[in-house]
Design a protein around this ligand. Sequence first.
Ligand code: SF4
Ligand code: SF4
Length: 427
Amino acid sequence: MSCVHCGLCLAACPTYLETGDENLSPRGRIYLMRHLQSGRAALNEPAVRALDSCLGCFGCQTACPANVRYGELLEHTRDHIEHRFKRPVLEWLWRRGFIEQVFPHPWRLKLALTPLKLIRQLGLEPALPSFVRRMTALVPADCRAVPMPVNSPTSTAVKKGRVGFIEGCVQRVMFGPTNAACMRLLNRAGFDVVTPPGQSCCGALYSHSGQLDQARQCARRNIATFENLGLDFIVIGASGCGGALKDYGRLLQDDPAWADRARAFAAKVRDLVELLPADLVESRAGNRESRITYHDACHLRHAQGIYQQPRALLQALCGSDFVELPESDLCCGSAGSYNLTQPAMSARLQQRKIGNILKTGATTVVTTNPGCMLQMRAGLAAAGRPDIEVTHLADFLDHALPRPPVRPPPLATALTQKQFSWRQPRP
Ligand code: SF4
Ligand code: SF4
């Protein structure tokens, strides 16, 4: 009810910018939600499609002067839809039977990628049907997991604290080296890093697709895993998950047994970049041999309000080689599983993003979310520019910094250290 229809959010909405259709704008969707709630609009196909086409990017929420909490409205409306609207069987199977059964489970995702690796080794990918190729193009050739040690102590003279590290479902399967880079950066910044086994999906995929009960289950499991480890912070290197983790207090606010525990957990959550000191990198002038630009992942910029820290680090490290990306805060079309459920709009936004990247003349695009990396890499490859590198901020910083000397862990630690397991124990 706090929406005053001013329309200031329209220019921040990717689907409105692409279509000019008020029904596909935040203002139109809020109006529709209000009518669905009051029973003045029927929960029919056009209404559901208008809400399905929303990216959940939070761009409108950042732009809104009336403090409309659009993300919460969308989450609850989608939950309402999934409990009352009957989707076509194939679409239901795709969403419930594949996306939600595979992506939040790292070992299943790893298993699902095995045939693709074989197909690629045999050179058979071009023979796949085009709609399958559109999806397989998102999977990087070099995706791999890296076993994370349970304990990774810092070797700096001044210790700043002890952090728990959340690996992220897609990030741990496809970008294992990025998680290892996050861990090294945290160690370098003075933090002992603990990566406990048994951690769950953050729940973002469920809450964005109208499965709030499953999202709450994920939250409870993560809280139970991390709460008794004596941690100062809980850190994530995948910013798509960070927004969901910081929202656990609200997600479980109506559960008396978990509400306080959820608030305590959420208060400790930080994105990696929030714990990296500004003097982590030495200032450089730039050599004009490369051009570096930065894409704001929606859930870092809009859901968490973080955009200055990554730029400050990149500007210090790259000097005049850093260039701003036009529309850097506009969604690239990845948006969790959006590129799998809404491929047409996702492709339009991908092309828009790639057009903006090409305008900068960048040789490297830095970002903070695995979904954005997959989307932009696939878009650049399709545009004939696979030479433009898309990399995670953690990898970029880690690569630029000299490696500290590796010290063997104390014998006692080495003997008690458990190794990472793909198969997660049941809650
Ligand atoms: S959501 Fe906010 S910005 Fe958009 S029309 Fe409503 S009040 Fe205005
Ligand atoms: S969340 Fe993003 S796509 Fe959805 S209405 Fe807001 S700005 Fe538009």
